[in-house]
Design a protein around this ligand. Structure first.
Ligand code: GRF
Length: 217
């Protein structure tokens, strides 16, 4: 049977995209990243996609005065790639309800916080300002309610006393690179079921530790 076809949307560096491509190469994704679409022509992630042999496309948001026009152009590009799954991996544009509804239950986003804490931007700065001791990342289905869709998985990291935004972001990013391929694989294997606002992950493993204590007891 053909592997599920994945289209990834990016805006910049593309390190989460790279984590998906590495998982695909290692046979751990159970899906194929066929197309990568960026809203910026200078996104470094486009070169990562090309090196992997994926098709690339640019839909520049600045070429469209209204968001609806941009969303329509983006939807046309996404549809042309005939995806089973759309993954927002560092895609930094807000998508309107029409676009979101079109890919309902088959579009995932990676967000750098433990949702529902810190939706939106500057998540690491806000966690530090609040004195949070545990922070992390979330993969969720995309709904029209920004950063609030059903949660597929989360990874938690400690916030250390000497952390600044950069060191905390790096620790969370390493967790993102493990979480996103695992979540995408679960989708590709048909193991995700949305039940109301929750996601059931069939065959998920119980974590080895019951809780993360920071500071440790
Ligand atoms: C990641 O932290 C992602 O969670 C956020 O933007 C960053 C993108 O990084 N939305 P990259 O482009 O995947 O390297």
């Amino acid at each position: 049977m053909a592997l599920p076809r994945i289209t990834v949307l990016i805006s910049g560096r593309g390190s989460n995209l790279a984590s998906l491509l590495a998982a695909e190469t290692a046979g751990r994704l159970h899906g194929t990243v066929g197309t990568v679409i960026s809203n910026r022509a200078d996104a470094a992630g486009l070169a990562v996609a090309l090196a992997h042999g994926a098709r690339i496309n640019v839909v520049d948001h600045r070429a469209h005065a209204e968001r609806e026009r941009f969303d329509a152009a983006l939807a046309a590009a996404v549809d042309a790639s005939r995806p089973d799954l759309v993954v927002l991996a560092g895609f930094m544009r807000i998508l309107g309800p029409g676009f979101v509804g079109r890919y309902r239950d088959r579009m995932l986003n990676i967000h750098p916080s433990l949702l529902p804490c810190y939706p939106g931007l500057h998540t690491h700065r806000r966690a530090l300002e609040d004195g949070a001791r545990i922070h992390g990342c979330t993969v969720h289905f995309v709904t029209a309610d920004l950063d609030h869709g059903p949660i597929v998985g989360q990874a938690a990291v400690p916030v250390l006393p000497d952390d600044d935004e950069a060191t905390l972001a790096a620790r969370v990013l390493a967790a993102e690179h493990a979480l996103l391929p695992a979540a995408v694989r679960a989708f590709c294997e048909g193991r995700l079921a949305i039940v109301g606002r929750r996601v059931r992950v069939r065959g998920e493993r119980t974590p080895a530790t019951a809780a993360l204590f920071v500071p440790a007891a």
